[in-house]
Write a protein that binds this ligand. Structure first.
Ligand code: NAD
Ligand code: UGA
Length: 436
């Protein structure tokens, strides 16, 4: 059992704090957002994440997990303080470090005993050293501390499973004792632990996200070529994936990557490279291909609806950037909905959990209560998010309520031959002559 605190109670901070408390530690989680903390104290979570609500309640009841806005309370007796605040995109594509700066200053002002400061936020290479300088210069009297980088690799929608079963733990620090203390905290997760220097650890995070984004853009480019040549990208990805040097993961062609991380992290890495006088050509191409994938939905809709979307009703199945989350940050649905409305179309949509957030991101979209309501009277449907509940829809019923049985499958969820049999005019992403 260790006493730890987590600064920033968003997707990463809440999952990290809750999972460490579930492993038997005493965790205080702090956020500057008072409403968020007041709600958490009442058992109301700020995010949807499978299994999290139950785990929070269990650990709060057991007295292992508490929430506060008070830095003195959070840091009291804490051996380790995790920073898990947001690092959003800045004006030029750089990571904006204002929240990291304010968290570091507050820790410095309130720490009374030595503490290991572990950075979990995704931060530009060199930030660990910068945080050290901020803490040293913001302390009113010197108290010893160490900075360790411990980037987080969890995915939204499977955050608890990912946190509890990591592929690896990366720890970077000049202070090897501190790194080993943080390693001890992770021992029960039975993952390989990579101990390295601060900058290398920070780079491992960006390189990992950029590589995954590259795989996605690569398969999307292949999908576009498949579409032109009459091959099926789903089968191409399956055939490629058997080679262990390639692997099947992150080879699902579709609308491209969205979410709060890949878009901003690829941009931030390209920015870091450019500032150093390098030319990140591959990263630029990854971003360009990703943008084009969203535009393709509009191109397909226009082609299938006689050239114009004016006055046409398009139903969106799913709004979140991926299933099992209500996160709407950089969700392809937002750009697609806006573009349809700009062209004079009407957009209806249904998502199992993201509609409340989506109303803020995509004003003007009419929300429905299920897939069938959204399909009713629609000129076309677009499958945006591959939620489980869309996998086995009653296709006869869906078709029967539509004005036009047009379906653009942005995630290749359906079988082109089955859709054709049900009478849909169907197009996926890179699916050969029958399901283009
Ligand atoms: P988030 O926006 O969901 O949460 C950040 C929280 O930090 C907010 O609740 C905010 O109020 C709080 N905060 C801001 N400044 C603060 C301060 N000075 N003191 C205390 N709290 C403060 O962010 P997130 O999605 O959890 O991401 C956090 C970091 O983790 C980012 O760097 C992100 O790139 C990285 N990351 C995210 C994921 C993910 O799946 N979301 C996965 C891996 C890494
Ligand atoms: C991603 C990484 O997978 C995590 O390891 C990392 O910790 C996190 O970013 C982060 O740094 O925040 P996340 O964004 O939650 O996690 O979700 P992913 O499952 O990676 O999906 C990201 C986007 O890529 C989604 O829009 C998804 O639809 C898209 N994607 C994913 C594809 O288009 N094709 C694929 O084959 C896989």
């Amino acid at each position: 059992m260790r006493k730890i605190c987590v600064i920033g109670v968003g997707y990463v901070g809440l999952v990290t704090g809750t999972c460490f408390s579930d492993l038997g530690n005493r965790v205080t989680a702090l956020d500057i957002n008072e409403e968020r903390i007041a709600n958490l104290r009442k058992g109301i979570l700020p995010i949807y994440e499978p299994g999290l609500e139950e785990m929070v309640k269990r650990n709060v009841s057991a007295g292992r997990l508490s929430f506060t806005t008070d830095y003195d309370e959070a840091l009291e007796g804490a051996e380790i303080a995790f920073i898990a605040v947001g690092t959003p995109e800045g004006v030029d594509g750089e990571a904006d470090l204002k929240y990291v700066r304010s968290a570091a200053e507050k820790i410095a002002q309130h720490m009374k005993e030595p503490v290991i400061i572990v950075n979990k936020s995704t931060v530009p290479v060199g930030t660990g050293d910068w945080v050290s300088d901020i803490i040293t210069s913001s302390q009113s009297k010197p108290v010893s501390f160490s900075v360790v980088s411990c980037p987080e690799f969890l995915r939204e929608g499977s955050a608890i499973v990912d946190f509890m079963n990591p592929a690896r733990i990366v720890l970077g620090s000049l202070d090897k004792d501190a790194a080993h203390k943080v390693a001890d905290l992770h021992l029960s997760l039975r993952a390989p632990i990579v101990v390295t220097d601060l900058r290398t650890a920070e780079m491992i995070k960006y390189a990992s996200n950029a590589f995954l984004a590259t795989k996605i853009s690569f398969i999307n480019e292949i999908a576009n070529i498949c579409e032109a040549l009459g091959a099926d990208v789903k089968e191409v990805a399956a055939g490629m994936g058997y080679d262990p040097r390639i692997g099947r993961g992150f080879l699902d062609a579709g609308l491209g990557y969205g979410g709060s991380c890949f878009p901003k992290d690829v941009k931030a890495l390209a920015y870091m490279a450019t500032v150093q006088g390098k030319h990140p050509q591959l990263l630029q191409a990854v971003m360009e291909i990703n943008k084009y994938q969203r535009k393709q939905i509009l191109i397909k809709l226009r082609e299938m609806l006689g050239g114009s979307l004016k006055g046409k009703t398009v139903g969106l199945l799913g709004l979140a950037f991926k299933p099992n989350t209500d996160d709407m940050r950089e969700a392809p649905s937002v750009e697609i909905a806006r573009a349809i409305m700009t062209e004079g179309g009407i957009v209806k949509a249904y998502d199992p959990v993201a509609m409340e957030h989506a109303a803020h991101y995509a004003p003007g979209v009419q929300m429905g209560s299920d897939a069938y309501e959204v399909a009713t009277g629609a000129d076309a449907l677009v499958l945006i998010t591959e939620w489980n509940e869309f996998k086995q829809l009653d296709l006869s019923r869906l078709k029967s309520v539509m004005k036009n049985p047009v379906m653009v499958d942005g995630r290749n969820l359906y079988d082109p031959a089955v859709m054709k049999n049900y009478g849909f005019i169907y197009r996926g992403m890179g699916r050969g002559y029958n399901g283009r």
